[in-house]
Design a protein around this ligand. Structure first.
Ligand code: ADP
Length: 778
């Protein structure tokens, strides 16, 4: 079977036809031969019987008369019968009365013949049987209806053998001829089968290897093979039709994709425009309402202004949410990675929620695991946004009890820290059926409360995505009437030391109070100009206005400012280019802090501002508080004596402490392990640099070179403020201001005062040093 199965159809057809034909022929020949032999035997038998019967009457006479001679005569006629081998006439007792034996019979053959005892055949009279080589026939001799003897004859089988031989020769002739004919027939008939099959096969092969679905298999007949070919052609036609439909669908899809992409591009540019165009007027409204609230209003006017303020703050939140979510959806939100203070974030969140929570009589608690490293690297603003949203919802949906923000940490050192953040409240909770979809966009579980408190249903969706971007996952557990627990775990790297470079908005002290200093406001939009002017004046600063980047640059190089608030988008020269020009002009000799103002909320903004040499940025619209927080990093303010460079200006304080120790502590906190004592190095630098600087100031005063005087005073002021020499720094700032204003009258008094203060400072600082005393004397 397996051999057959491996043959080609052509060979199978040939084998089958030839095999079947040969079998049939052989069977037919055998059957025919057997039938012929049987017929021949029947003929022999009847002839033998007739012969015996013919002898019986004469034999009866011979038996009855017991005449052997007569018996021999009866038998002598047998000599004429060529087939008779022998014959006997037997008497009643079986004794032989007469015998005949053909001369052709050999004696040993006769022996075998004589022994044969044929079985009775039909009736009593005849007994006959074929033996090997002969036929025995006995016929009863009757007289008066009784058996008196028997004619016993033996015939040779020559006719039978002749017939068999003839049959064999016929078979030997017919079989090969038959098989040959069958082979010819098979060869012809297999073509009928294999031709359509082979051509179908060739078509299938072509279609499958070359993918030419336009080909068709030739149809040779209307039989099953023809049907197969037609079926195959039908399938090809369907495939072609489907291909065409697929191509059409692909083209449509491509067109739809292009349309969607251009719609998405339109959406992005719409969002960018919206972020710019909507946030700018909102910033106007927000600022103006803040200024309005600060002006003398009667109680009705105040109520209305407060309501307007609340609405615009909500509107801004909503727009920020929509923008955030669109950016997340478009995959365009990237997280920043900068050093930040986690405690500060928790404090910020608590501070923002303090008033609304107090209004409802609930507590906002924060807990930060003391093992948590102080500075981590991540996107502080986004983390604050998430915590504020979760805790804000807590306050919104809690009527009594508390909202707690807990952060527990694991690991640290060289490995990232695992922060486990939990925001829990004792509020109304969330119904189980609403829990599953709570992080979907525009989902609000409890519409009546939501309506009462506002909200877009986007906050949790944004928080969820932000935490996902940070590599975590927000989970929620809640029981109606008991409260809700939102938790997420994120990994953050530990910052080697606090980053002092670009401080993002809001990453500074929240307790900024009134500020002072001279601020240049570079802003082309008149409303925003007034707004910034109003806010800064209210915060306690002196302001100068510039309508574009070029004016800002000209003012910056010709006047002295403590800070420049620089709008990024301005006509003629934009803020980034103006900042670059100012930095080029400064040439590293001094450094006026520049804070960028931008309505762009893109991630790259910080990078761009930093590249242009700016120190920080604040995004429009900003509140009074946000502005004061950002500026507090660069301008002196009431809440806390500042220790950073350029921060201390001439203020009216009466602080006579020589050194502010917290400044020294801050420097100590920056000490890296294994390094020489940082504070000592800083002090030594100060002790080495300041005396020549003082001498330079004295000389400049004598020669009336106000520019050199101003620069020397500025440098001592910065260095002194770094080391917490508050009074010295303040005196130098005053000297700088006067040199700046070209006032030459009091300098002779101020310089000796500065020198005396320097001596006190130097003495105090020497006590803080570690190691052998410094060579330079005060
Ligand atoms: P919204 O801006 O409406 O607050 P969120 O996505 O922040 O949007 O919240 C979606 C909804 O989830 C809320 O409207 C409120 O029904 C439910 N929810 C969120 N936080 C809490 C909570 N702490 N307690 C009860 N319900 C909450």
């Amino acid at each position: 079977m397996s051999v057959l199965s491996q043959l080609s159809i052509r060979a199978k057809v040939v084998v089958m036809v030839v095999g079947v034909t040969s079998l049939v022929l052989a069977l037919a020949t055998i059957v025919f031969g057997v039938a012929q032999v049987r017929a021949q035997r029947a003929v022999m038998l009847s002839e033998a019987t007739a012969l015996a019967r013919g002898l019986a009457p004469d034999a009866s006479t011979a038996v009855l008369s017991t005449d052997a001679g007569a018996a021999a005569e009866v038998l002598s006629t047998l000599g004429e019968q060529p087939n008779v081998l022998a014959g006997w006439i037997l008497d009643q007792d079986g004794g032989r009365l007469g015998s005949y034996v053909s001369p052709a019979v050999a004696p040993d053959v006769l022996d075998g013949i004589e022994r044969a005892e044929p079985r009775p055949q039909s009736g009593e009279s005849l007994t006959a049987q074929f033996y090997r080589g002969h036929l025995a026939v006995r016929f009863a001799i009757r007289a008066d209806d009784r058996s008196v003897g028997m004619v016993d004859l033996r015939f040779g089988l020559a006719p039978l053998e002749a017939t068999a031989l003839r049959q064999l020769s016929i078979a030997a002739l017919v079989l090969p001829v038959g098989v040959l004919l069958a082979l010819l027939l098979a060869l012809v008939s297999q073509r009928l089968l294999s031709r359509p099959l082979l051509s179908l096969m060739r078509t299938i092969d072509h279609v499958s290897t070359k993918g030419e679905y336009g080909l068709r298999a030739p149809v040779f007949s209307h039989d099953e093979l023809g049907q197969v070919a037609r079926g195959f052609n039908g399938m090809l036609e369907q495939i072609q039709e489907r291909d065409a439909a697929l191509e059409r669908a692909m083209a449509e899809l491509e067109a739809a994709k292009e349309a969607a992409e251009s719609a998405s591009a339109a959406k992005s540019s719409f969002l960018a425009t919206m972020s710019h165009e909507i946030r700018t007027p909102i910033s106007g409204v927000l600022g103006m309402t803040e200024l309005l609230l600060d002006s003398g209003l009667n109680s009705r006017q105040r109520r209305l202004a407060e309501s307007a303020h609340r609405s615009v703050v909500n509107l801004l939140g909503l727009i920020n949410d929509v923008l955030d979510f669109s950016r997340i959806e478009a995959g365009r939100l990237e997280l920043e990675a900068a050093a930040f203070d986690l405690q500060q974030i928790l404090d910020d969140v608590a501070e923002v929620l303090r008033t609304p929570a107090a209004r409802k009589g609930i507590r906002v608690e924060t807990y930060l695991d003391p093992r948590t490293p102080r500075y981590l690297i991540g996107d502080a603003n986004r983390l604050r946004q998430v915590l504020l949203n979760l805790a804000g919802n807590g306050v919104k949906f809690t009527e009594q009890g508390r909202v707690s923000i807990r952060v527990i940490s694991r690991g640290g050192g060289d490995d990232p820290v695992l922060l486990k953040c939990r925001v829990q409240d004792t509020g109304i909770g969330i119904q189980p059926d609403a829990l599953a979809g709570i992080f979907d966009q525009f989902t609000q579980a409890e519409t009546s409360t939501a309506r009462r408190f506002g909200g877009s249903g986007l906050g949790l969706a944004i928080a969820h995505e932000l935490i996902r971007l940070m590599g975590g996952d927000i989970q929620v557990e809640s029981e109606p009437g008991v409260g809700s627990l939102f938790r997420f775990d994120i990994y953050l790297r530990v910052a080697p030391h606090p980053e002092t470079a670009l401080a993002a908005e809001g990453e500074t002290e929240t307790d900024a109070g009134g500020l002072s200093g001279h601020v240049l406001i570079a802003e082309d939009n008149l409303i925003n100009q007034q707004l910034a002017d109003g806010m800064l004046t209210r915060l306690g600063c002196r302001t100068t206005l510039a309508a574009d980047g070029r004016e800002a640059y000209q003012l910056a190089v010709s006047e002295s400012f403590d800070l420049i608030l620089m709008d990024c988008h301005m006509p003629r020269l934009d803020g980034l280019d103006a900042a670059r020009l100012i930095r080029a002009w400064e040439d590293g000799k001094h450094h006026v802090p520049i804070v960028a103002v931008t309505a762009d909320v893109q991630t790259e903004t910080a990078e761009k501002c930093k590249d242009a040499g700016m120190d920080a940025y604040i995004s429009k619209p900003y509140t009074n508080e946000q502005l004061s927080r950002v500026l507090a990093d660069f301008l002196p303010h009431d809440a806390r004596p500042e220790v950073a460079p350029d921060r201390i200006q001439a203020t009216s304080g009466q602080d006579r402490a020589v050194i502010d120790r917290s400044a020294l502590e801050e420097i100590r906190a920056l000490q890296s392990e294994g390094e020489a004592d940082l504070l000592t190095r800083v002090i030594d630098l100060f002790l080495a640099d300041t005396p020549p600087m003082l001498a330079q100031a004295r000389d400049a005063l004598a020669s009336g070179d106000m520019q050199v005087l101003r620069s020397a005073a500025h440098r001592i002021k910065s260095a002194a403020s770094n080391l917490g020499a508050v009074a010295l720094s303040r005196q130098c700032a005053e000297l700088e201001r006067r040199a700046d204003a070209g006032q030459g009258s009091d300098e002779d008094r101020l310089i000796p005062e500065i020198e005396a203060e320097y001596q006190r400072v130097a003495e105090a600082l020497r006590r803080e040093r570690v190691g052998p005393p410094h060579a330079a004397s005060g």
